[in-house]
Ligand binder design. Structure first.
Ligand code: ADP
Ligand code: LRH
Length: 490
């Protein structure tokens, strides 16, 4: 009899995969069983996700797993945060969900916080102000649609609901709504009221690591699926990524590097004081009572747009190789400027930015990508310095995980700029963290510390050490540039 295998369904904004894991000879063995593209498309006036497509890809992946000889599996689902599906009285989605990059929330922070002040919301929630937080999406939501809504389901909760018929709201992802009250551990009544949503419209809150139920019989009949028990994992992909990050000691930072770069530290107590508020750091809820104290950085979304705009002529690895041939730090770019969130033409936007700020304009794929990697690395180094200040201790190592951990050039530049040891990998930390919570729930792994030890023992992790002095004062000059640009705006 084969031991039950674990399946992670990990869907990021750019791609999804089904990874299969088993423990063999004391090591975690991970296999990619299915991979598919994800992205939003313009439909009915908004940028929307095609959720039926995601559901179908989960079934396709499960069919492959069954065909590979696995008759019984456990399965967890994680996706990107903040987005939700409106479900009607008939238990069906009202429409395809709108993407967080849609322009509808452009003015929502300003409007909502003219009624409820920012510091009031931050004190309650500890969550960073991003205009696409669920709070602002609901504020901008079509009122007629909201009136028809029986349940608001976060993306991974919705997928779990379609699979099993059971609906919950899992806390790691729910915290990104900016609607959970840090102290009470529940949805905040004032914030719910502000967006005309009732507590009952969200399925009950659950912790990561709870059993959701078996996959519905009707799916078993329609597809050739293994027996599947769905476990509600840390359903926010970044929460799973942090669980899957094998940090050492007490002073490590993580960089979950994918569509977004999420840079921060795992805390046991939230840090929502004045400094964190001023720097717009967030306290997202993690598995096992932890907090992801982090900042969102624009990340490889920029690389994804650049790749697409060159008609996918170059792979990501090709683009990284072209960048390697260029000189770094030829221009300073504030990668978190709003203009890079969803521009019609990313390459043009980067070039315009350089032109407007009187800098050298990158013109080739290599030069553009070097500008992107240089400026992401600078941003990381600058934030690491802020983290030290806010947390009051020196971060001693940075663990980079996710697809971006494959970019050796950026790992090395970040190490040198921040003057810190960088550990790169695993690139599938999110899927691994997803599986780790399932293994802990089932008793195959005793706790998160032994889980991280298992990850350290099972995967190749590359170390990068600082090339001290190599870049001179470039970080200082970059910091001056950012201050100058911020000053211009007011
Ligand atoms: P998400 O889960 O947010 O969709 P991933 O963690 O899968 O993102 O990371 C995908 C990103 O990783 C790609 O957009 C790409 O920029 C980067 N990436 C992955 N592999 C490589 C590689 N070999 N060389 C350069 N970049 C890579
Ligand atoms: C990364 C991520 C991030 C969120 C964003 C919407 O995939 O979940 O943590 O801020 O997507």
């Amino acid at each position: 009899l084969m031991a039950k295998a674990y399946v992670a369904v990990d869907i990021g904004a750019s791609s999804g995969r089904l990874m299969l894991a088993e423990i063999q000879a004391g090591k975690l063995k991970l296999q990619e069983m299915h991979r598919f593209k994800n992205g939003f498309t313009r439909e009915n006036q908004h940028d929307r996700w095609n959720v039926d497509h995601l559901v179908n890809e989960i079934f396709t992946g499960l069919e492959k797993i069954k065909a590979a000889g696995y008759d019984e599996v456990r399965l967890g689902i994680d996706t990107w945060a903040v987005d939700y599906v409106l479900v009607g009285m008939d238990g069906k989605k009202l429409q395809d969900p709108i993407s967080y990059r849609d322009a509808r929330t452009r003015d929502a922070i300003a409007e909502l916080t003219s009624e409820l002040p920012k510091d009031y919301i931050y004190k309650k929630t500890g969550i960073q102000f991003l205009d696409f937080n669920t709070l602002y999406q609901l504020y901008a939501e079509n009122k007629a649609d909201l009136a028809k809504t029986d349940k608001i389901m976060m993306m991974p909760d919705y997928l779990g609901y379609v699979l099993t018929g059971n609906a919950v709201t899992e806390v790691t992802n729910a915290s990104t709504t900016q609607m959970l009250n840090l102290r009470e551990g529940l949805f905040d009544k004032d914030l719910l009221k502000q967006v005309n949503v009732s507590q009952e419209q969200f399925p009950r809150l659950v912790e990561s690591g709870t059993v959701l139920g078996n996959i519905r019989h009707k799916w078993q009949l329609e597809y050739n699926l293994p027996q599947t028990e769905v476990i509600t994992v840390a359903t926010h992909d970044t929460a799973s990524a942090v669980v899957g990050t094998p940090g050492n000691g007490d002073h490590w930072a993580f960089l979950s590097s994918g569509t977004w770069s999420l840079l921060g530290a795992e805390l046991n107590v939230p840090e929502n004081g004045a400094a964190a508020f001023a720097e717009n750091y967030t306290n997202e809820w993690g598995a096992y009572g932890t907090y992801r104290f982090l900042k969102n950085i624009m990340g490889l979304w920029i690389a994804q747009c650049v790749k697409r705009e060159y008609n996918d002529k170059y792979s990501f690895a090709d683009l990284a190789a072209l960048a390697e041939k260029e000189k770094p730090f030829q221009q300073f770019i504030d990668v978190n400027a709003k203009r890079f969130e969803n521009p019609t033409d990313m390459i043009q936007e980067i070039q315009d930015y350089c032109r407007e700020t009187g800098q050298k304009v990158p013109n080739t794929p290599g030069a553009i990508m070097m500008a992107v990697y240089s400026n992401l690395s600078l941003f990381y180094a600058n934030e690491l310095a802020k983290l030290d200040q806010i947390l009051g201790y020196a971060i001693d190592t940075l663990n980079i995980v996710g697809g971006g951990s494959n970019v050796a050039l950026m790992n090395q530049m970040t190490s040198t700029l921040a003057n810190i040891d960088v550990y790169a990998g695993p690139d599938e930390a999110t899927a691994i963290g997803n599986i780790m919570v399932q293994m802990i729930a089932e008793g195959d792994v005793s706790d998160i510390a032994s889980g991280r030890q298992l990850i350290n023992d099972s995967f190749k992790i590359k170390r990068f050490t600082p090339e001290t002095g190599k870049y001179g004062t470039v970080l200082q000059r970059y910091q001056d540039f950012l201050k100058f640009e911020k000053g211009k705006k007011v």
